[in-house]
Design a protein around this ligand. Sequence first.
Ligand code: SPD
Length: 286
Amino acid sequence: MADWYDENFHDKSRFGVKYTSVLFQGRSEFQEITVLETETFGRVLVLDKVFMTSEFDEHFYHEMITHPVLTTAPSIERVLVIGGGDGGTVREVLTYPEVQSVTMVEIDRQVVEVSKRYLSTIGTAWDDPRLQVIFADGIDYAKKAEVEPYDVILLDGCDPVGPAVGLFTESFYRGCARLLKERGVFGLQSESAVFQRDILAQIGQTLAAIFPKVYPYFGPVPIYASGSWSWLYATREVDPLAVNGERAARQEKRCKYYNADIHRAAFVVPNALRKLFDNGRVKSPA
Ligand code: SPD
C-alpha cells in the first residue's frame, strides 16, 4: 500500500514522496538509515529522516559536486572524498582516466553496506582498483592523517545537524586545507540557497578565512528541500571558470546534466544573493 514519507524541514515545512515499500530500515552506530521504494524517485536513501539521494535525481547532485571541480583543478591525480557513502561521488570522480587514486573516508560503514545492497545503480565503481575506502571520522582524518597532499578534496556530507555539525567548522576546513596541494581545489555541498541562505553565507565566510578564493555555484536537486542546491569551490589560486576543454568534452558526452554551458551558468550568482558575494566570490573577511 502506498503511503507518504515526509522530510520535515526545520518544523516549518514538509517535503514528501509517496513510497510503495520500505526496503530497509535500521539504526547504525551513527544514524537511522532508511531506503524507500518510490514511483517518482525510484529508490531513495534517507538518513536521520533527511533525503540524501535517489535513483531518479542523484545525477544532478553527484555530477555537480564533482565536475565543476575536476574539470578545472590543474591536476586531478590524487582525490580525497569525505562522506559520500552511497558511492555516487566516487563513481563520478573515477570516470576521469587522469585520476590515479581516490581515498574515500566515510564514518558509517553501514551506509556503504546498505547502499551497495539497495542502491547499486548509484554506486557503480566500488570495485575500481583506484578506490580505497577508509571507515573513519573525516574530521579526525582531515586533522591528523599523515599522507601526501591531495589535488582535490570533495566533501559530500549531510546537513549541519547532529554528528555532521563538525563538518561545517573552521578547524575541520583548516584540516582539509592542510591536506590540499597548493594548487588544489576543495569542493563541498553548502545547502539550499533558497531556504538556508544564512548557512551558505556562513560556510562561505568560514572558508574565506582560510582560502583566498571561494566561489558559490548552484544547481537543481529535485529531492532536496526547495529543489535548488548550492556548492562552494574553495582554492588558493585556481580559476573555477578555466575549464579544461578536453575533460569537459568527455564529461559532456556521458553526463545527464553537466556540460560546459551549465558549468559557466552555475557560477552566476542570482540577484537576491548578490549582496552576499562580490563578483561571484565570497567576500574576504574584513
Ligand atoms: N539535505 C541533504 C543534503 C545531503 C547532501 N549529501 C548527500 C549525499 C549524496 N551523496
